[in-house]
Design a binder for this molecule. Structure first.
Ligand code: NAP
Length: 513
């Protein structure tokens, strides 16, 4: 923490500390508290909508839940874990790591559990935050660490309510559900579905997988780590850090280059996936059905070595006829067949354009974030919004996602936020927000660049696309994002030096959509 608290500000009256609210106690929220504290920002309160931390790793409990980003890269840089049991961690182990880290760094006492934030209202230069039915509380800074994929998307299948068995979305997996001997239907073929099919097929009577679109599936070289290796990492933590950098570099040179349009890397990825299919699916008819008709890398690449062997088993069927409707006994497809089921799993993905919504976020001049976005969420350098001073988003709209580590992206964004708070202190400012012109210039550059990516040219549909069919994610290499986060250009922001200036800006705000 550098500089002075803004003179006469709430910060100055609060022992030089801005009051900071973090929304969400998932990976980003926990990381934010720890890094802020280390930087000297200690008045931090976390609002968590449920009774437990962990975000996506708390919410998802489906069989086979794992992370296809290598363990040594999918962790905080400040808490390298020598004890990862596998090269690609399973969900419960990541959840345990998050809990352990939150406890070790004293995050837990800062969390208010079962406190869903329903409204954030900016009254210059502070935010009024309402959680649940409670009274509004006042904060100087708000950090939305609410995650990307947490609003289940449940398509409106006709007859879904008539189904007599158990039906649920993958993110709402019922506790203690026993699938032994059951006929299980799974709709959707994304990363989640591939992991579930791989995990349950041996246990159930029958799996019927309803596929609308075939996927490119890269093998996942899973590996268990031995005790000697873990002991070595404990003794020499530098090895763990080297592994982080090594994986980051490899991903950058391969998958990242592919998605940004490198023809060599794209060919290599397609070749790896085709070979994976050939080696693991002996039946040519099934292989043909599993062959995608768009380019590799267009959707988020699936990494899974259990899916192809599982779907090739005698008790598995791949259904490619469209779904006509859901009936009491199962799924009726367009060819008239009724696929009888006891359990129906909706692996149909998430509403990726919600972010912090439906929380009402009301910025300068009474403008609502939801109406500002109008179904196409935007941000300045994926973190801030004009008209919403002192409001930061972690893993917000148009950020780098895909086959990379969101731990890394989140940490870079937190570092950027800390640099911004330091800058406010240095300038003795009470509020800052990106300038409208900088935001528009940045978004126009992004809109041009995104058209060169495989997400746009690859000929597929995916959750990366906005409702106009344009990818809504960071179109450049993650290392560029790191540079942007490490070297913020503060000329892109307007700073309000005192309350009167902030109030005047609030009144004058003419925010354009
Ligand atoms: P997803 O990738 O969005 O896949 C949703 C699936 O549901 C698609 O196959 C989609 O078909 C299908 N679908 C949606 N609506 C449908 C309808 N009306 N009728 C028939 N099919 C329908 O969702 P996800 O698998 O849950 O994965 C979401 C993201 O979560 C991943 O991309 C990844 O970022 C993350 N994730 C990561 C990991 C990991 O290991 N790191 C694991 C799981 C998930 P179409 O393809 O035809 O649209």
């Amino acid at each position: 923490m550098t500089g002075n608290p803004p003179i006469g500000s709430h910060w100055a009256r609060n022992g030089g500390q801005p009051r900071i609210a973090v929304i969400g106690a998932g990976m980003s929220g926990i990381g934010a508290v720890i890094k802020l504290e280390k930087a000297g920002y200690t008045d931090v309160t976390v609002f968590e909508k449920t009774g437990e931390i962990g975000g996506t790793w708390r919410e998802n409990r489906y069989p086979g839940l794992s992370c296809d980003v290598p363990s040594y890269f999918y962790q905080y840089t400040f808490a390298p874990n020598p004890d990862w049991s596998h090269r690609f961690s399973y969900g419960p182990e990541i959840q345990a790591y998050l809990k352990r880290t939150a406890e070790r760094f004293g995050v837990m006492p800062r969390i208010r559990f079962n406190a869903p934030v329903t409204e954030l209202r900016y009254e210059a230069p502070r935010w009024h935050l309402r959680a649940g039915d409670g009274e509004a509380e006042v904060f100087d800074i708000v950090i939305a660490a609410t995650g990307v994929l947490h609003h289940p998307s449940v398509p409106d299948f006709p007859g879904l309510d008539d189904f007599r068995g158990t039906a649920f979305h993958t993110a709402r997996w019922p506790e203690n559900l026993d699938l032994t001997g059951k006929k299980v239907g799974i709709i959707g073929t994304g990363s989640t579905s591939a992991q579930i099919v791989g995990a349950i097929t041996d246990q159930v009577a029958r799996v019927s997988l309803f596929q609308r679109t075939a996927q490119w599936i890269h093998p996942l070289p899973q590996k268990r780590y031995g005790e000697r290796w873990k002991g070595l990492l404990r003794r020499i933590p530098a090895l763990n850090r080297a592994a982080y950098r090594g994986v980051s570099f490899t991903i950058d040179q391969t998958f990242v280059r592919a998605t940004l349009g490198s023809p060599v890397m794209l060919r290599y990825l397609a070749w790896m996936c085709r070979r994976n299919l050939r080696r693991n699916v002996p039946d040519p008819e099934l292989r043909a059905k599993l062959t995608p008709d768009y380019r590799a890398g267009c959707k988020r690449m699936i990494f899974c070595s259990t899916f192809y062997p599982a779907i090739s088993k005698d008790n598995a069927e791949l259904v490619t006829a469209g779904i006509d409707r859901i009936e009491a006994d199962g799924v009726r497809t367009a060819d008239g067949t009724l696929h009888e089921l006891d359990v129906l799993v909706l692996a149909t993905g998430f509403k990726a354009s919600n972010f912090i919504l439906p929380t009402r976020v009301i910025g300068e001049n009474g403008v609502e974030l939801g109406s500002q976005w109008d179904g196409i969420p935007r941000a300045h350098r994926a973190t801030t919004m004009p008209g919403f001073p002192n409001f930061w988003m972690l893993e917000g709209p148009t950020g780098p996602v895909g086959n990379i580590s969101l731990f890394m992206i989140s940490e870079q964004q937190i570092d950027n936020l800390i640099l911004s708070l330091d800058e406010m202190r240095a300038r003795e400012a009470v509020a800052m927000a990106p300038r409208q012109d900088a935001f528009e210039r940045y978004n126009a550059d992004m809109a041009r660049a995104v058209r060169g990516t495989i997400w746009f040219t690859g000929g597929c549909n995916s959750w990366y696309l906005d409702r106009n069919g344009v990818p809504n994610i960071y179109p450049w290499a993650p290392r560029r994002f790191r540079r942007e986060m490490q070297n913020p250009d503060f000329s892109e922001f307007r700073f309000m030096r005192d309350e009167a200036e902030a109030i005047a800006a609030d009144r004058a705000a003419a925010v354009t959509a």
